[in-house]
Design a protein around this ligand. Structure first.
Ligand code: C5P
Length: 402
């Protein structure tokens, strides 16, 4: 969900080498349809020029509370009143300390203090050396700022400009963007834990060969992202896919249907919603050779026999919690034809309240899809759209049914 379209943000920069990431963030926010007013502290101007931020935001930058451009000379009031949120990125250790004490000796801190606290949220992306981050003073400040209602984003981990390695670097621009998107999304699933299966499974024949399918995992990952944006705690159990984990989502990688079944069994007790998007292999070879099966020149082909995999969704849906309504189960059906008839039959067979049908060959690997939602009352179409938009709509449909 692009929740940033039409939003007006004040992007504050305090002093730190991470200012270079603020340039990228500003560009990404504008690209997402937000308008951005940049405010920089004097220290920030040592790391980044106001000219760069003006060019990227398309607005002149404010750097001083004495800026005479505002007719009433109250930039701190005017700029904060028109904002949907103030985002300080980077937020230096010193800036956090200033916020904590309500100090207001430059435009940015003054504006944060003067903002209407109920209607203009303040988000900060800390950026500092690992020792500064770990220092009890900073940790105390962060805890108190959170208690004061400031949204303190996580810090990144890794190499730092100072040459040290550890916690404290600012998140990447794309990560902050994702957190901001999530921040503005309606929290339809707040307090819920959502478990999602995604991608194909891989059933080994020998150490180098196996049986799998064309599922890319994109729909399941889009659902995991949408559920997280809707405020849920999300775990995705993923078969072999090469997709980045959506931000804030816990990921468990598995390979075979049996692995996926075991992982689901271990996690499902904590969930209130289970969404099975994985294209689980129905069968696996009944034996798995320890060594590669070789051609012996005789022209004989290996004889494979199969056994059925556990039906993960059906087993979960028939559990006591699901039957009592404590766990809401959603299944998917990838069909090639007669979607309504197959989806309706599958919903009844698997005993799930909601079954989502889609046409497999026209969705596997694609970025878009069309869904048919089948429940006890009938069927609803979600017409072709991006998988992310459909995932957002599906979260709303699930929230409505809970
Ligand atoms: O029976 P079929 O594979 O068509 O059912 C599809 C639905 O069941 C999907 O939600 C899929 O994730 C789930 N499923 C499962 N375990 C299986 C087979 C399918 O969870 N072994």
């Amino acid at each position: 969900m692009n929740t940033l379209a039409g939003k007006h943000l004040v992007l504050g920069l305090s002093g730190g080498i991470a200012c270079y990431k603020a340039a990228e963030l500003c560009r990404a926010l504008v690209k997402a349809g937000a308008s951005v007013q940049v405010v920089m502290t004097e220290a920030a101007e040592h790391f980044m020029t106001a000219v760069t931020m003006q060019a990227l935001s398309g607005r002149t930058v404010y750097t001083s509370q004495w800026d005479a451009r505002e007719a009433n000379n109250m930039a701190h009031i005017n700029l904060s009143r028109e904002a949907d949120a103030i985002v300080v990125a980077p937020a230096s250790a010193d800036f956090l300390a200033k916020l904590l004490h309500g100090r207001a000796d430059d435009l940015l801190s003054l504006m944060c203090l003067a903002r209407p606290i109920e209607s203009v949220p303040l988000l900060v992306a800390p950026a500092m050396n690992r020792e500064m981050w770990a220092n009890p003073a900073t940790q105390r400040n962060v805890a108190q700022l959170k208690a004061d209602g400031v949204h303190v984003l996580d810090v990144g981990q890794g190499d730092q400009a100072c040459g040290e390695t550890g916690d404290g670097r600012m998140l990447e621009a794309a990560e902050i963007l994702e957190d901001l998107q999530a921040f503005f999304a309606p929290k339809l699933l707040a307090g819920k834990a959502v478990l999602v299966t995604a991608g194909p499974t891989y059933e080994a024949i020998d150490p180098v060969r196996g049986i799998t399918n064309l599922s890319s995992g994109k729909m399941g990952f889009a659902i995991a992202r949408a559920a997280r944006q809707a405020g849920a705690e999300v775990t995705v159990i993923a078969g072999p896919v090469s997709l980045a984990t959506p931000r804030g989502v816990r990921r468990i990688d598995v390979r075979s249907a049996q692995d996926m079944f075991n992982a689901v069994q271990a996690q499902v007790a904590q969930a209130q919603i289970f969404i099975a998007t994985a294209a689980v292999a129905d069968w696996r070879p009944d034996t798995q050779a320890d060594q590669k099966i070789k051609k012996d020149g005789s022209g004989q082909t290996p004889q494979l026999a199969f056994i059925e995999n556990p039906d993960i969704l059906a087993r979960v849906a028939q559990s006591e919690r699901a039957q009592k309504g404590a766990l809401f189960c959603v299944g998917f059906a990838a069909e090639s034809h007669d979607l309504l008839a197959h989806a309706t039959a599958k919903r009844l067979r698997k005993q799930v309240p909601l079954l989502v049908g889609n046409i497999g060959p026209s969705t596997f690997g694609q970025d878009d899809n069309a869904l048919l939602l089948v429940d006890a009352k009938g069927a609803t179409e979600l017409p072709r759209a991006s998988k992310q938009d459909l995932a957002d709509d599906l979260m709303a449909e699930i929230a409505r049914r809970l």
